[in-house]
Ligand binder design. Structure first.
Ligand code: MLT
Length: 428
């Protein structure tokens, strides 16, 4: 393969180097483009633009491949657990038994949050969406740990910020839910492991024993693994560009939480259930809604189908679909909304309209179904996504810092008014 790319503008030839990754992906390095040609590229949504070189996650949209640090998502979902995967993403290698125990115990040590954060929580109305509460509480760590404001401090300070982020995110998430439910908060039970600890903190009620269901714990841990990273998606790109200004890890990740909240990104799993409930409340006629989805003038779009990157199937969806089937069977869940989901899934996988447009069920379709079956309230679905994505955000923020990447500063093509003299319009 050639090592360069040639660009011809107004008959003049410009040559740029090609960059080839470890999976033979090819990029044209245009870092000298403006200096050489005076031109910039235009790529709305950056869908054709590499923002960085990264060794964390590899995905192949055509083949439906997703790997964290070279390990397939299938292997990790089946054989690993969320904390081990978090270690792998952040530090680049699977932990030894000793490293795993230390990492888990370090996280366990920091699950409590400053009592003053409860005063912040009390200031939110119960109508506040848990994602807004989560982003605010997560960023509040900059106030309680001011040393984190200098991301270039000695690495043990950064390690402590990583541990605090992983340890306190579940506490913030559980408290955001309790605020929405109007219930008193629970404190973390450090005798439990990560996912079980979160479930008890979220769902235990005063005066009632709460037994963590191992089926739910295992399914949720698998979901967290499947959401842990996804290369340069919207929220991860947000974390990296905020972090590129040397903002703290807490404010960078809080920005990522806000980006994930959008219905076109992490909010899609909540939109799936809203769509299914609307179909149920309309009488449950899936055929009618499938036809609406095919009618461009209907303004109706099936949520949870297709993907910007995966062209044929989302590898995570395949794993979650099996987990959803297992959980529904084990829990004996019989939910009309889930029946509607299975009919939509069947149509999408068979109907030529959806097959031709690659509108197959994606990770958000099945995760919405499984969260509902696990008894997780719909307003907490995107919070679960954020909790899962946290190790990926941390790993990407760390990599950007370690690679000493420059501040992100994209350019534009200006299309507004050209120079015009000021003439007062009113009587000024
Ligand atoms: C994700 O996992 O972040 C979503 O699939 C969105 C994406 O990768 O663009």
């Amino acid at each position: 393969m050639s090592k360069t790319a040639e660009l011809i503008i107004d008959g003049k030839s410009y040559v740029f180097p090609l960059v080839v990754g470890s999976e033979n992906e090819v990029a044209v390095d245009i870092s000298q483009l403006m200096e050489k040609t005076g031109a910039v590229t235009l790529d709305l949504g950056f869908k054709n633009t590499g923002s960085t070189k990264s060794a964390i996650t590899f995905l192949d949209g055509d083949k439906g491949i997703l790997r964290y640090r070279g390990y397939s998502i299938e292997d990790l979902a089946e054989k690993s657990n969320f904390i081990e995967v978090a270690y792998l993403l952040i530090f680049g290698e699977l932990p030894t038994q000793e490293q795993y125990i230390k990492f888990s115990d370090d996280i366990r040590t920091h699950t409590l949050v400053h009592e003053d954060i409860k005063k912040m929580l009390d200031g939110f109305p119960s109508t506040a969406h848990p994602m807004g509460v989560l982003a605010s509480l997560f960023c509040s760590q900059t106030a309680f740990y001011p040393e984190s404001l200098d991301p270039n401090r000695a690495n043990n300070a950064v390690y402590l910020s990583i541990i605090r982020s992983l340890a306190k995110m579940p506490t913030f998430a559980a408290w955001a839910y309790k605020n929405a439910a109007g219930h008193p908060v629970n404190y973390p039970d450090n005798k439990l492991e990560f996912t079980a600890r979160f479930l008890k903190m979220t769902f235990a009620l005063p005066g009632q024993d709460y037994e963590v269901d191992p089926v739910i714990t295992e399914a949720l841990d698998k979901l967290l693994i499947l959401h842990a990273d996804h290369e340069q998606n919207c929220s991860t790109s947000t974390v990296r560009i905020v972090g590129s200004s040397k903002a703290s890890i807490y404010s960078s990740i809080s920005a990522g939480v806000n980006a994930l909240w959008g219905p076109l990104h992490g909010g899609a799993n909540q939109e799936v259930i809203v769509m299914l409930e609307n179909i149920k409340n309309d009488g449950g006629d899936t055929e009618k809604w499938i036809n609406k989805a095919k009618d461009k003038n209907s303004g109706f779009r099936l949520m949870g189908f297709g993907h910007r990157v995966y062209k044929n199937f989302d590898p995570r969806a395949k794993i979650i679909k099996k987990a959803a089937d297992d959980v529904l069977k084990k829990l004996g869940v019989n939910d009309p909304v889930l029946e509607i989901a299975l009919k939509l899934e069947e149509a999408a996988l068979k109907d030529p309209y959806f097959v031709e447009r690659k509108l197959y069920p994606n990770v958000d379709f099945y995760s919405g179904i499984i969260y509902r079956a696990l008894g997780i309230p719909v307003e907490m679905f995107t919070v679960m996504f954020a909790m899962g994505r946290l190790p990926g955000w941390i790993a990407q923020w760390m990599e950007m810092r370690e690679n000493k990447e420059p501040i992100g500063r994209p350019r534009q093509i200006y299309t507004g008014a050209t120079l015009r003299p000021y003439k007062a319009i009113g009587s000024r």
